[in-house]
Design a protein around this ligand. Structure first.
Ligand code: HEM
Ligand code: HEM
Length: 279
């Protein structure tokens, strides 16, 4: 399947739509010459304030729509392109609305919160773009689960190998079990710990050679197989860690983008209420 990015075709459509809308709004703004100067309280000011509010409500609606009837696979397409470009356009719509006037007040607070939401959104897009496609489309979970199953299955193979006597009637030697103890490890997946934990390295050649040479001749073959399994396990754990790390960042990011957007809605409600009732 082709990799869908924010710069895909549909994304350009939204980009140009927003670009021309902004251009038209700027021309109207420049031509407008209201009594008392340009500000949020003129006809153009009210209109642009209304447009900005409609834009913000549309962006908030994305969260509802996403949960209501979007399958997880369709997220980073179509409607999200609109989300991205309308969001970015709002950076310019609001100054056009307020006549480029800002102050230390709740109106400007709404703008600052909007900027924070937008910049966190841009960060989110940059982050999503770097994630493996599976995480982009499923927001984690899927691949991590499969990888964890593989880690469990390979751990079971390793344990079976340590317990088996290879059909020769004797249990594994102490040297074999020592090698296992030195080179194997238990992996407990944890989303938060994945941020700090380093990926396991492949087994060094030197310790591989040392361990193998300590084994009795008849266990050498099993020893080699064991090293193969252990290395595969390390690789799988490394990949699981990477998925977990990516997933954690997506969560951290959402905990930022979403609350700031609610803060914006609160400040915006106060702004609109105050201009209508106290201005
Ligand atoms: C229906 C929507 C809106 C209405 C009716 C509205 C109304 C107004 C009015 C009447 C003013 C004039 C006050 C002044 O000039 O100082 C104003 C200014 C302002 N508005 Fe809005 N607005 C709306 C949406 C928004 C939105 C969405 C934002 C930003 C997120 C915003 C941010 C501002 C800012 C920063 C100012 C300038 C404050 C200042 O001069 O210190 N407004 N708005
Ligand atoms: C005023 C501006 C914005 C508001 C109010 C807003 C609001 C939201 C909301 C409510 C969600 C849904 C989160 C959820 O429920 O999981 C969301 C998701 C998202 N937003 Fe924004 N957003 C804004 C601007 C932006 C911008 C400018 C970008 C990117 C440049 C962006 C990128 C994203 C991304 C990547 C997602 C998550 C997509 C997904 O997981 O499906 N947002 N935003």
């Amino acid at each position: 399947m082709a990799r869908e990015t924010f710069l895909s075709y549909r994304s350009y459509v939204w980009f140009w739509l927003c670009f021309f809308a902004l251009l038209a709004m700027t021309v109207v703004y420049l031509l407008d010459d209201p009594i008392g100067g340009k500000n949020g309280g003129t006809i153009v000011g009210y209109t642009y304030g209304g447009i900005a509010t409609a834009g913000i409500l549309f962006l908030m609606w994305y969260g509802i729509r996403k949960r209501a009837y979007f399958s997880a696979r369709t997220t980073l397409k179509g409607i999200l392109s609109a989300h991205v470009w309308i969001g970015i356009a709002l950076i310019f719509v609001v100054p056009l609305h307020s006549g480029f006037s800002f102050g230390i007040n709740v109106h400007t607070l709404a703008y600052v919160l909007m900027l924070l939401t937008i910049f966190s959104g841009i960060w989110g897009v940059a982050m999503y773009q770097r994630l493996p496609y599976e995480i982009q489309s499923q927001r984690g979970g899927g691949t991590l689960k499969v990888l964890m199953e593989q880690v469990r299955s390979i751990s079971a193979d390793i344990n079976r190998m340590a317990a088996s006597d290879g059909g020769k009637g004797a249990p594994k030697s102490d040297a074999f079990l020592r090698m296992l103890q030195q080179l194997d490890f238990v992996y407990q997946p944890s989303l938060w710990r994945s941020l700090r934990r380093k990926n396991p390295e492949p087994i060094e050649r030197r310790s591989m050679a040392d361990s193998l040479s300590s084994l009795p001749i008849e266990e050498q073959e099993d020893g080699l197989k064991l090293i193969g399994l252990l290395n595969k396990k390390r690789e799988l754990v490394g990949r699981a860690q990477e998925e977990a790390r990516a997933l954690t960042w997506v969560r951290i990011w959402l905990y930022l983008h979403l609350p700031v957007s609610f803060g914006l809605i609160a400040a915006l409600a106060v702004h609109i209420f105050s201009v209508f009732f106290y201005w």
